[in-house]
Design a protein around this ligand. Structure first.
Ligand code: ZN
Length: 352
């Protein structure tokens, strides 16, 4: 029994000596590299043992800044170093932010612009090269860069065009970059009666028409009269309309307020121009009511004020688009355009 006790004490003493040696040796390595006592204590606290080697090599005050950064995460140390080695002249806080984002950005130089972009709520990683291009040539906020690029509005009108996906149904995106398939005509158009309509283009897709009638009835209870003035417009109708504008104002001007055939949302049967189709509608009680209430019926203002550089269209107080109640509420609450919503919540497959 006594013998065992004796051996146990010897073993413990040996372990303690070895431990002391390791600690001494480590401290010695850190101090040999040039770190102060205070810095060594910080390194031991903030860095895993496996990563000490980076500090043994030579004194680097950036490494101290790195582990002192308020967003520093111990388990990402190797990633910071990998990125830092490629970007040793960049701000440490930018490096930490970019790595923390979790996106693979190793091939993009660290910059304050990139660091502020990755923090944007609607940031989409596949757009990063375009964000940087656009941001470097336009001195605007990261929020605006993300909005514009997500909407494709960094590209020239009609320069990159895709066929809109009919399977997106109520969320179908038709704009200067997305057109309807040739000869498209919705197969569930219904005609609004005179109670709901005052114009020539009086049909809408069934679900949108029903929601529109509900909205008109709802407005009526508040003493507001709403009537559709122009809803579904066929491809050939849009050809004539657009051409007449081009004749009058020239192509460049016409493109800002009128869509080319196939690129008009009116051909989807999901939108409606309400009451008067001009700026005199803005500021009316009906316009105000719609701004506050349309989303409850699944409609959104499609070309909002101050979003011209996102939608590519000037403000249209009268043009409302049906997207369904769920999307309309998000678009309303988050102050988005359909372009921004579509890029982030539909294409990027984000759900709330
Ligand atoms: Zn319209």
């Amino acid at each position: 029994m006594k013998k065992i006790k004796k051996w146990l004490i010897i073993i413990i003493i040996v372990i303690l000596i070895v431990l002391c040696f390791i600690i001494f040796n480590r401290k010695n390595n850190f101090s040999k590299a040039g770190y102060s006592e205070k810095e060594i204590n910080k390194i031991v606290k903030m860095v895993s043992k496996d990563d000490y080697n980076y500090f043994y090599k030579k004194y680097d005050d950036s490494l101290i800044d790195l582990i002192s950064s308020k967003d520093y995460k111990k388990n990402k140390f190797k990633e910071y170093i990998k990125y830092y080695e490629k970007n040793s002249n960049s701000k440490i806080s930018d490096i930490v932010t970019i790595v923390n984002s979790g996106y693979d950005l190793m091939d993009y130089p660290a910059s304050s612009l990139l660091a502020s972009l990755v923090k944007e709520k609607y940031y989409i990683n596949s757009n990063v090269a375009r964000y940087l291009d656009y941001g470097n040539s336009n001195k605007i906020s990261s929020k605006k860069i993300v909005s514009i690029v997500n909407a494709d509005a960094d590209l020239d009108f009609y320069s990159k065009t895709n066929e809109a996906k009919l399977s997106d149904n109520n969320l179908i995106l038709v704009n200067k970059y997305n057109h309807l398939p040739d000869g498209y005509e919705p197969d569930d158009l219904v005609t609004l009666t005179s109670k709901y309509n005052s114009g020539r283009n009086s049909s809408m897709r069934k679900e949108a028409a029903e929601a529109f009638m509900k909205m008109v009835d709802g407005a009526m209870l508040d003493g507001i009269t709403l009537k559709n003035a122009s809803a579904y417009r066929s491809y050939s109708y849009q050809v004539n309309l657009y051409n007449s504008y081009v004749l009058r104002d020239g192509k460049e001007k016409a493109d800002i307020y009128s869509a080319r055939a196939g690129y008009s949302e009116h051909q989807t049967g999901l939108c409606t121009d309400i009451n008067t189709i001009d700026d005199s509608f803005d500021g009316t009680d009906a316009a105000k009511w719609l701004k506050d209430n349309a989303y409850k019926y699944g409609f959104i203002i499609r070309f909002p004020k101050d979003k011209e550089n996102v939608t590519g269209y000037k403000y249209e107080s009268w043009h409302y688009r049906y997207v369904g109640e769920k999307a309309a509420k998000i678009i309303f609450d988050e102050d988005l355009t359909l372009e921004e919503y579509y890029a982030f919540y539909v294409l990027n497959k984000k759900t709330t």
